[in-house]
Design a protein around this ligand. Structure first.
Ligand code: ATP
Ligand code: MG
Length: 634
């Protein structure tokens, strides 16, 4: 019997029990029925979390692009694979069919091979959100090269570090990129980055037609090469365990880690989670607003959707250009059925005039998704009421770069949702909550550190060139467990709520306080837009709480001291007087990673008055606010 698409809660529990009782059989059935393998595996799984070593579908041969492209050609050749919505709404959207995408990928694969790229070589991709980005990923996979996508908003320093760390042979970039009303000199950033590394070739896509320098013998325009290239390319035969890509984590907690994902397991996991978590139906239009530079884009713009023959939308621009209604205008224009975004975007859009969301037709939407950070209660309700009109389930999906795909999430129209809860483990996922002494907390209504007890096919296999760090970070805190670094609670029905990073738990007078629920309480104040709470050493309490609060209206006219009182009042009511903040600093903005996550690590250092140890700030979106916060520290 096929369990490819789960239809109701009873079936979820039934299939979940099987997936945990007989994981090998469970994943084998899915892999066998829904994918194209050139050779079947000898063994479904072998694993040892102490080495650590995990192998799925060992001995199997495949090419992921045959699963994402070739096998759809007969039945879906003329179906749109990618809808490209440009930054400028005046520029026409593109609809790329599966047949056209297949052709473009084969041409690009030929270009790569002509440039000397072979199986196992690393290719650095530094491209804006244009179709060439998706084409390049797939072309690398077709050749068997390992792609290393660096988000095109990163600085030259961040780019060169990643190129050097993963020893890339070639860089693929564009002359420039558009972001709202700005155009960015992408090629200039690459030129600067390459002063520190040894790169043979740079292939350049023309996007902005800006005036750039082409370095002789190194830089080549891509289009003329593509025009000449053949549109046939026999896909390289890959081992299930051959690396597909390297991708660096967001860097919220420290130096980014180059996670390595392999081919077979990643394909099965992203495709199966995509199908279920978005309940994708043939002819739906699915849109994930993430950048392909993040894992969310790899798994849920490119591989997961295409492996299902879906139509996936790629948006080049930003949510506020030309105005704050852009996301909703795109939903209306392309009749988007599944919409997947991040809490940071939801909070930013919820601050704007309601008319942006109300004067458009959002009736095509069936499923709303959230990923990247805990979604606070107020944002959840806004998303649910204003965008979902109270009828479209929100899937709050918890996962990580390391996990490759979604791990804890409701299944829409299957799992009843609950604000701020990621709810139930995905099929085959075995979460465990651990206490500080290393004991597993059994039963419901417990709170602890989130681990995973058993391998799943999408998990990263190592950190590039640093297996020791992989072992140390994820497998040495608890014996025989993958440690996520996040804290979570399990409620009375077994639903999970992610309470934040373990490092963000503050012990005040002996009480463990997760900062997520505190921020939730503060964010409910009508004047507050976002907040972040951290601990700092305190003589009597051990630690006290420091809150950074940004307001909806800058230049809030009310006296700040009153606001401070009201905020602490809210916390007293919602959590208890123990959780009151000792210090509240109002700030224009909070420091964020480029993927939009609040960087609490830096805020903690500032609260501790330890400015010399701010750590790696290369992944910050808005470094200027850090100085501003330091200057106004209380
Ligand atoms: P680094 O590992 O370099 O510090 P990072 O953890 O921010 O960076 P990602 O892999 O992009 O890098 O993010 C994964 C983390 O994001 C999770 O561990 C969790 O803390 C948070 N997260 C993601 N989705 C959710 C969610 N739905 N609810 C709560 N937290 C989430
Ligand atoms: Mg992380």
């Amino acid at each position: 019997m096929s369990h490819y698409s789960i239809k109701n809660l009873e079936e979820y529990y039934q299939v979940y029990r099987k997936s945990v009782r007989e994981p090998e059989n469970f994943w084998e059935e899915i892999a066998e029925e829904h994918f194209l393998w050139r050779k079947k595996w000898d063994k479904v799984l072998s694993w040892d979390f102490s080495s650590p070593e995990v192998k799925w579908f060992e001995g199997a041969k495949l090419n992921i692009t045959e699963n994402c492209l070739d096998r759809h050609l007969l039945s879906r050749g003329h179906k749109t694979a990618i809808i490209f919505e440009p930054n400028n709404p005046e520029e026409e959207a593109q609809h790329i069919t599966y047949k056209q995408l297949h052709e473009r990928v084969c041409k690009m694969a030929n270009v790569l091979r002509d440039q000397g790229i072979k199986k196992g070589d690393r290719v650095c991709v530094y491209l804006p959100m244009i179709p060439e980005l998706a084409v390049t990923l797939l072309a690398c996979a077709r050749v068997g090269a390992i792609h290393n996508v660096v988000f095109a908003g990163f600085s030259s320093k961040a780019l060169s570090t990643r190129i050097v760390d993963s020893d890339c042979k070639i860089v693929i970039t564009a002359d420039g990129s558009y972001r709202g009303s700005k155009s960015i000199d992408l090629k200039g950033i690459v030129d600067e980055a390459l002063q520190d590394c040894d790169i043979e070739k740079v292939l350049v896509v023309k996007r902005t037609n800006s005036d750039i320098t082409m370095v002789e013998d190194r830089d080549v325009w891509l289009q003329p090469l593509l025009d000449e290239a053949s549109s046939d390319f026999e896909a390289e035969l890959m081992d299930a365990e051959d690396p597909l890509f390297i991708l660096y984590t967001s860097g919220s907690t420290g130096k980014p880690k180059g996670m390595v994902h392999t081919t077979g397991g990643y394909m099965v996991y992203t495709a199966y989670t995509f199908k279920n978590v978005f309940q994708y139906k043939e002819n739906d239009v699915y849109w994930c607003t993430a950048d392909i530079g993040w894992i969310t884009g790899h798994s849920y713009i490119v591989y997961g959707p295409l492996a299902n023959g879906a139509t996936t939308l790629m948006f080049e621009g930003v949510p506020h250009y030309p105005d704050f209604g852009r996301f909703w205008q795109i939903v209306e224009k392309h009749k988007v059925n599944q919409f997947y975004t991040a809490p940071t975007a939801i909070r930013a859009l919820a601050k704007q005039n309601l008319s942006f969301a109300e004067n458009v037709d959002l009736s095509s939407i069936k499923v709303l998704g959230s990923v990247g950070e805990p979604i606070n209660e107020e944002a959840w309700h806004w998303y649910n009421d204003i965008i979902g009109k109270g009828k479209n389930p929100i899937v709050d999906t918890w996962w990580q770069t390391e996990t490759g795909g979604i791990m804890i999430s409701p299944l829409p129209y299957v799992t009843p949702t609950k604000p701020t809860y990621a709810t139930l483990p995905f099929l085959g996922v075995q979460p465990a909550l651990m206490d500080e002494s290393g004991e597993e907390l059994k039963g419901n209504q417990v709170e602890g550190r989130l681990c995973i007890k058993f391998p799943w096919p999408g998990m990263a296999r190592t950190i590039w060139n640093n297996h020791e760090r992989y072992k140390e970070t994820y497998f040495s805190t608890y014996k025989n467990m993958y440690f996520t670094g996040d804290g979570a609670l399990r409620d009375e029905v077994g639903y999970y709520r992610i309470t934040g990073r373990v490092d963000d738990v503050v012990i005040v007078s002996g009480h463990n306080l997760g900062t997520g629920p505190l921020e939730d309480a503060i964010n409910e104040h009508p004047a507050v837009s976002e907040s972040a709470i951290v601990g700092f050493p305190h003589e009597i309490k051990g630690n006290a709480l420091y809150g950074y609060v940004s307001l909806k209206e800058t230049g809030e006219s009310r006296v700040h001291d009153n606001l401070r009182k009201e905020i602490n009042q809210l916390i007293s009511e919602r959590i208890g007087p123990i959780a009151k903040l000792d210090k509240i600093q109002f700030t224009e903005a909070l420091p964020k990673t480029r993927s939009g996550k609040i960087m609490r690590r830096i805020l903690r250092k500032i609260a501790e008055n330890d400015m010399s140890n701010l750590g790696d700030t290369s992944t910050l979106l808005n470094p200027e606010v850090v100085q501003d916060i330091i200057d106004h520290r209380i």
